[in-house]
Design a protein around this ligand. Structure first.
Ligand code: F1P
Length: 348
């Protein structure tokens, strides 16, 4: 994350300088829709990015599964900005969807980790995440750095469209520079994470719940666990639990609830979810603010994280879930860097 930030000039007038940025203020003001195209982990960062761009730049954003996009007849116009998010920059479905959006006239921006990759060659503008090579197949630091890249982009678009004042933009950029230190702090949760991993390494299923900005975190927590531990896991928006997954809950089901205390996260409602899980005997593992005694008293296990602002909290809250997937997989004797059946970049 620090490297993603180091690659930028954060200008004191609350602006962000991206190398090669070639969209004029008129063009940016004329954007009527952002379409995010991505697969897997990158699609999850896109969901978090939607909240960032809609909230800071007030542009409607659609987050599309790139693997579906080109098989229908998508509505694309020259006033749309297509954003491809991809660690490798080579994922075949994302590349094809990106080309399709471009062919239909959209402006194009690639958020990638690999300079010179196919998507960066295709794009009008590239934002590099500068995360360094992902050693393992499953995306981890790519995810957190994509969130940082999207946040920088949201601030830039917000300034160019006048939805953010210089002062507000500067505050957002300052909040961003505090994230690397928060990540150092959150790594201290590893002892609690290991305890949870030891207790639940034999589980058959896991449920991850989060609301608002924590919804993509829940999706990503479940995907990481699936990818490297081979345990079936579902990520759900908390409000959806009663529409189906509640039927799965019994005393064998660990439920990871991502519940930092923030208005966008609907803290009160997520407490309702915790109570519903407890009433059915499910085991609650809560990811909470350091000073949250209330949820701590309701949960079977807690993992404490430093409080970040709502839109940036996904960067911090994802780390314990990545660690959980890692420790469960390791305890089960899996090769965490080379999980079975998965390829680094899916090129077919
Ligand atoms: C997309 C992705 C990764 C996943 C695995 C397979 O890759 O689904 O999210 O962890 O590596 O590919 P990318 O387009 O972000 O490179």
């Amino acid at each position: 994350v620090a490297d993603t930030l180091r690659g930028r000039m954060l200008l004191s007038e609350g602006d962000v300088h991206f190398e090669g940025w070639n969209l004029s203020p008129e063009k940016v003001r004329a954007i009527t829709k952002v379409t995010i195209l991505a697969c897997g982990t990158s699609w999850h960062s896109g969901i978090a990015g939607k909240a960032m761009i809609e909230s800071l730049a007030r542009i409607p954003v659609e987050v599309e599964l790139a693997s579906e996009f080109r098989y229908r007849d998508p509505i694309v116009e020259p006033s749309h900005l297509a954003i491809a998010i991809s660690q490798s920059g080579e994922t075949a479905d994302t590349l094809a969807a990106f080309k399709e959006a471009k062919a239909r006239g959209a402006m194009s921006l690639a958020l990638c980790n690999v300079i010179g990759s196919a998507m960066t060659r295709e794009a009008d503008i590239t934002i590099l995440t500068n995360a360094g090579p992902e050693i393992g197949v499953a995306s981890t630091k790519a995810f957190t750095t994509q969130l940082v890249g999207l946040y920088l982009l949201a601030v830039k678009l917000g300034r160019m469209r006048g939805t953010l004042t210089v002062k507000a933009a500067q505050e957002h950029l300052t909040a961003l520079t505090e994230i690397p230190k928060m990540i150092e702090d959150v790594l201290k949760c590893e002892t609690s994470v290991k305890r949870v991993a030891r207790e639940f390494m034999g589980a058959q299923d896991f449920l991850f719940l989060g609301r608002g900005p924590m919804h993509p975190v829940a999706l990503e927590g479940a995907l990481k666990l699936k990818e490297i531990s081979y345990i079936h896991a579902e990520g759900y928006a908390g409000g959806e639990m009663k529409h189906g997954p509640i039927a799965l809950i019994d005393e064998k089901m660990p439920v990871v609830v991502i519940a930092p205390k923030q208005p966008h996260v609907a803290y009160e409602k997520i407490i309702g979810n915790i109570e519903e899980v407890r009433a059915r005997g499910g085991k609650v593992i809560a990811i909470i603010d350091e000073d949250d005694a209330h949820v701590a008293s309701l949960a079977d296990h807690v993992i404490r994280i430093p409080a970040a602002s709502a839109l940036l909290a996904p960067v911090v809250a994802t780390i314990p879930l990545q660690l959980l997937a890692y420790h469960v997989a390791d305890l089960r004797g899996n090769d965490v860097d080379q999980p079975r059946n998965l390829a680094k970049s899916v090129t077919v």
